[in-house]
Design a protein around this ligand. Structure first.
Ligand code: FAD
Length: 290
């Protein structure tokens, strides 16, 4: 099913994100996570894309598996490090497998200072245009409630986001954030720029102390004192930290849904048990709001 149709017809959507294994030997384990996540009745499941190598092929394989379960898959695709031909190959493969939803991303700049991108794509908006011109796809994009780390100003970041939406993005998924006020303020500013497509709130459950350091390095997300004290107090105790992280994510989601946010996207990090606990905590809320 087309994700923009799902977003239009449901009052609340809850979706999950998984990532493909780096090694093929772990492939079956990821299929197991897919099966577990499917039992939680998500509106769709997205699969990330690692530029180059085996993980990019695995994105299509895992998306196909999701499709077989009857849940709608959303395949991520990046473009900065790819040639136009490589991008065409993946789009055509998705099309052949009947996967019609793609999250179009630029991808991070490789850390290697000598890396020279092929140059066919500079921004995600170029990929949105390419996908739209190649078939009947529903295309989404990423957005950043606290601004993309490379952007000097939120205002210019929003101007660029508007260009991406104007190229044909039907919905946006946010980068993780830990302070809901960041999202509310972003939504007002996006609306003021004329960005009117649905925005799905990306929620990252923080269940261990080392994860948070890595996540913040990647995303630049603001960490409210409340989450810092959880990590300080429980970071050394895996079970307690897991419980506290699940409670924090649950509280974030309840506040978002209470305030009218209509799309919750949980970064499952291939931890279907954690997502299961969160969904258990909000089962009645989801029933009422959906
Ligand atoms: P863009 O929309 O191109 O924006 C990147 C930067 O360029 C921004 O600073 C923007 O303001 C600027 N910009 C955009 N257009 C223009 C323009 N026309 N002129 C000048 N500047 C411009 N990475 C992966 O490798 N695989 C994944 O599966 C993946 N999934 C993700 C899912 C989500 C929900 C999010 C939020 C991120 C994901 N990422 C993934 C990370 C993403 O690739 C990086 O954050 C990357 O740095 C930016 O990607 P983008 O698509 O937002 O880029």
């Amino acid at each position: 099913m087309n994700i923009s149709d799902i977003l239009e017809t449901r009052k609340l959507t809850v979706s999950f994100e998984i990532f493909p294994p780096k090694q093929d030997s772990a492939f079956d384990a990821v299929l197991g996570y897919v099966d577990d996540l499917v039992t939680l009745s998500p509106d769709f499941i997205s699969v990330t894309y690692g530029a180059g190598g085996g993980t990019s092929a695995n994105t299509v394989r895992i998306a196909s598996r999701i499709q077989e379960t009857g849940v709608t898959p959303l395949a991520h695709l990046t473009c900065l490090s790819s040639t136009r031909d490589e991008v065409h190959r993946i789009i055509d493969e998705l099309s052949a497998k009947g996967i019609g939803n793609v999250l179009a991303l630029r991808g991070d700049r490789p850390k290697d200072p000598d890396f020279v991108p092929p140059g066919d794509f500079s921004h995600a908006s170029d990929l949105v245009r390419e996908i739209r011109s190649r078939g009947d796809f529903c295309v989404g994009g990423a957005c950043y409630p606290e601004g993309h780390p490379e952007s000097a100003h939120m205002d210019s970041d929003l101007d660029n986001l508007k260009k991406k939406v104007d190229e044909g993005c039907s919905f946006l998924t946010t980068q993780m954030f830990f302070d809901n006020n960041m999202l509310y303020s972003f939504l007002y500013r996006a609306q003021a720029k004329g960005i009117n497509v649905p925005v799905l709130a990306g929620i990252m459950p923080v269940i261990n102390a080392s994860q948070i350091k890595r996540m913040v390095e990647l995303s630049n997300a603001y960490l409210p004192p409340k989450i810092l004290s959880l990590v300080d107090r429980f970071g050394e105790s895996p079970e307690a930290m897991r419980q506290a992280g699940i409670a924090y994510a649950t509280e974030q989601i309840i506040d978002l849904v209470s305030n009218g946010v209509r799309g919750i996207h949980i970064y499952a990090m291939n931890k279907s048990d954690v997502v299961g606990d969160i969904m258990g905590n909000i089962s009645e809320i989801v029933k009422v709001a959906r």
